[in-house]
Design a protein. Structure first.
Length: 410
């Protein structure tokens, strides 16, 4: 049996415990949704005030040069590169994950012109599948998106597959792919491997070069804590940067944006993956958040993530018994930094938890999802959540009719 005292002992021995104070978390709230919207780093709030008041308010247009706004996408990209096993000059911060995926997927398809299939898995994040579908439709040359169950991915890598498109950690189940193995299989079949790191960047060490990956995108507002709608990132290794022109040929990806030439000439290197003007406010808060994350050793972050999620699984199964069913892999090494449980009334159960100050989220059709951002989530939070869940289920608090109406965002 485990107890609240075990959680307290684990927190007392946690080398990352001091990081929690770097985040502005409301008193008394258990926040297990950092995989959807990361918490606010206190320094990010300070940076935003500075950028708004001084750089924008006083510097005005001069700040594009004086405050280095124009280089911010690359500076932030270089910080993200250190988290994902990329080299300097290989990552830019720009646009949304969806838009970046459009850019790199189009680029990948142009590198395999004789092939027509984008292979992905059933259950991959819909945004990614919609983007792939839209691109295939636009290309209009018989391109298609083929979805197969996870276990059939390798067998489906035939000689028509141009790109294998996968999300490293599954948003619903938390299952983590073996990036190196699947990239190797894609290459053996002559395909490129594109990885979406939305649910892994910042939560675990990543080694894009070590895995031999070809292209990657990721999200700025989940574990990277850039704030709601913060810009995303994309990675193009040096070996591929000049091999293609991305389709959103915007002026900030031009070789000389301020020459105002009528014809497009792509910038050398990863800068050609920029399109329009960067959102300086939200990119600045992401920049400040990355400074906090970069202070942590990601191997220690991963070790805590595995310990936290394992403790949570054990606590929930002990406190709730058969009432919920584990959806995530039981083996910690095969999970990302989240744990999902299924319950037939999951939406109402999550609403009842949130009403008690325990914030996770719901994913259709029946998943209770709990994210464990290791920099600010404590073992005590895992324990309190397991207890609150047991309490909701045993008191039938989730059966109140007002908890059945769905909000626009779940
Ligand atoms: C969160 C997430 C996105 C979000 O994309 P946006 O363009 O920011 O809306 C995309 N893909 C995956 C796998 C995600 O988890």
């Amino acid at each position: 049996m485990i107890s609240r005292a075990d959680a307290a002992a684990l927190d007392a021995a946690d080398p990352l415990a001091p990081f929690r104070d770097r985040f502005a978390l409301p008193e008394g709230l258990v926040y297990l949704d950092g995989n959807s919207l990361g918490a606010l780093p206190k320094t990010a709030a300070g940076r935003l005030a500075e950028v708004v008041g001084r750089e924008w308010g006083e510097g005005l247009i001069r700040s594009w040069n004086d405050a280095g706004w124009i280089d911010l996408p690359r500076r932030v990209g270089d910080k993200i590169a250190r988290l994902v096993g990329a080299a300097p000059g290989e990552v830019v911060c720009a646009d949304s994950t969806s838009v970046n995926l459009w850019k790199v997927l189009a680029a990948a398809l142009s590198l395999r012109p004789e092939r027509r299939t984008v292979l992905s898995e059933e259950g991959n994040f819909p945004a990614d599948l919609y983007v792939a579908e839209g691109l295939a439709r636009l290309l209009g040359k018989g391109h298609r998106v083929r979805l197969v169950p996870k276990r059939e991915l390798v067998a489906a890598l035939d000689d028509d597959v141009a790109a294998l498109l996968l999300t490293h950690v599954d948003y619903r189940t938390g299952e983590r792919h073996d990036m190196e193995r699947l990239t190797g299989s894609a290459h053996a079949a002559g395909a490129l491997a594109i990885w979406d790191l939305a649910h892994s960047a910042g939560a675990m060490p990543l080694d894009l070069h070590g895995a031999g990956a070809d292209l990657a995108v990721g999200c700025g507002y989940k574990y990277l804590c850039g704030g709601p709608g913060a810009p995303a990132f994309l990675w193009v290794p040096k070996r591929l940067q000049d091999a293609f022109v991305q389709p959103l040929s915007g002026w900030l990806g031009h070789a000389a944006p301020f020459a105002f030439e009528s014809a497009y000439r792509p910038a050398p290197g990863v800068a050609r993956f920029l399109c329009g003007t960067p959102p300086i406010l939200s990119m600045s808060s992401l920049d400040a958040a990355l400074d906090v994350i970069l202070e942590a050793d990601l191997a220690i972050v991963r070790a805590k993530s595995e310990a936290l999620t394992s403790f949570f699984v054990e606590a929930v199964e002990q406190e709730c018994g058969e009432a919920v069913r584990l959806v995530s892999p039981r083996e910690a090494a095969r999970r990302g930094s989240q744990v999902s449980f299924a319950h037939p009334d999951a939406y109402a159960v999550m609403c009842a938890l949130i009403a008690r100050g325990v914030v996770g989220d719901f994913r259709a059709p029946d998943v209770l999802r709990f994210g464990f951002a290791p920099l600010y989530v404590r073992f005590a939070d895992a324990w309190e959540t397991a207890r609150a869940l047991a309490d909701v289920l045993s008191s039938h608090a989730h059966e109140r009719p007002e908890l059945r109406r769905r909000a626009a965002v779940t």
